[in-house]
Ligand binder design. Structure first.
Ligand code: ZN
Length: 138
């Protein structure tokens, strides 16, 4: 059986980190499935999904790391194509990836105690976002 749903939320632009763990737990519970996998996927090329410990230090460390890896204060070829100034956003998204898969059993996500699933906004402006949640299980 497959159950597909969507989350929608607003972000404030690059550096915004949103914990979607509870939304994923709710989706699994509402599906009535007890074991399987849940996939979260962002349709968009300027955001990412990963896991971190959702605590104040990392909410600063992760954007700092992104700034070191892919600085926002230089220009990229993409900016020559569209002049939208978000070449760095696309590159960060390509590094992190648009999806994550978490197994669940007995109705519970098999995440570590200090492991949360987070949506990373990389775009250079506030966005309305959709995340697709697809559960495959029994
Ligand atoms: Zn762009």
């Amino acid at each position: 059986m497959i159950d597909t749903s969507e989350l929608t939320f607003k972000t404030r632009g690059a550096g915004d980190i949103i914990d979607i763990t509870d939304n994923m737990k709710t989706a699994v519970r509402d599906s009535g499935l007890t074991s399987g996998t849940i996939i979260a996927f962002v349709p968009g090329s300027t955001a990412g999904l990963t896991t971190i410990e959702y605590e104040p230090g990392l909410l600063k460390d992760v954007p700092d790391l992104m700034e070191k890896l892919v600085p926002s204060d230089r220009s990229y070829q993409h900016d020559e194509t569209w002049h939208d100034g978000n070449g760095f956003s696309h590159l960060r998204s390509a590094l992190i990836g648009p999806d994550i898969t978490v197994p669940f059993s007995a109705g519970n996500l098999l995440l570590g105690t200090w492991q949360q699933v987070v949506f990373l906004e990389f775009d250079n402006r506030a966005r309305n976002r959709t995340v697709v949640l697809q559960i495959i299980g029994e």
